[in-house]
Design a protein around this ligand. Sequence first.
Ligand code: DAH
Length: 340
Amino acid sequence: MQKKIDEIEKSIDDAVKDVQSSKTLQEIKMRFLGKTGEISSLMKNLRDVPPEERPSVGKLLNALRQWTEEKFAAIETRIKDFELKKKYADEKIDVTLPGRVAGDGAYHPNTLIRDELISVFAGMGFEVFEGPEIENDYYNFTALNTPADHPARDMQDTFYLAKDLLLRTQTSAGQIRVMENKKPPIKILSPGKVYRSDDDATHSPMFSQMEGLVVDKGITLCDLKGMLDEFARKIFGDGVKTRLRPSYFPFTEPSVEVDVSCFECGGKGCRLCKGTGWIEVLGAGMVNRRVLEGCGIDPDIYTGFAFGMGIERIAMLKFGINNMKLLFEGDVRFLKQFKG
Ligand code: DAH
């Protein structure tokens, strides 16, 4: 038995000689001390030893087990210590390395203009209302005094989703939703995406508009003009004037096209204003009485004005962007030039 014990002790010594990791050590430990390990098997065999020898053999085996356990414990402490030091060394941070620079984000030009417009109009008491992008025929056309056979429907090439469902072609649709739900005084601003089957350097199938609507007793075209003057000064700069030209929209009567004096040349005539000294920026007018009536507002008591502008168009004018595609391509080299 002593021979056998000596052999086991030697094979333990051999096995643990080069051990480096606690995982391998654990495997070796199981080989000797595990339930079916060599030492445990010897212990189990004790019952085959003649009874008179059992106490002395038992003693030897106990001593062997204790020796083995102590040996493994000592090695384990050494390895753990080594592993911890290695972990610290591996995780050491070189504080002299230069940091990674996180690039600044930038607001999209559309967002910048939309926010600027909202803040200018909020300063004049407008509240923001956002209507749905999927509309039905009634809100997008009929309620805006554009019935099915109206020639003005051809002004906007519409994307239809179903017989009565479409992608709104104008934020004007939101006017109806507001007037149906709120009695005057009304003073709302409605930004959002609109869709038209149109695609070239100055048109995109999806673009954004900003709608405005004011309804109250005694609102006149002069109020519209005064508000537009304020808008033009705030957005395009001091000294910029507005001019109204007669136009036509089914939902306004009279309707106007609004120009601002060229903020680039001060009105003398340049490339931006194509030599005219004026730049067209939006459509507007006095809300057609049929539209008010349709929303349950008495046009003999209340009047109102409305306006609608393309946000991309304002962004292109203000930032000197010559192709609308740039606003939709998401090219970071272009976008990062706009810091809010
Ligand atoms: N909805 C018109 C368009 O998309 C723009 C517009 C013109 C809106 C006159 C208005 C308005 O509210 O009064 O071309």
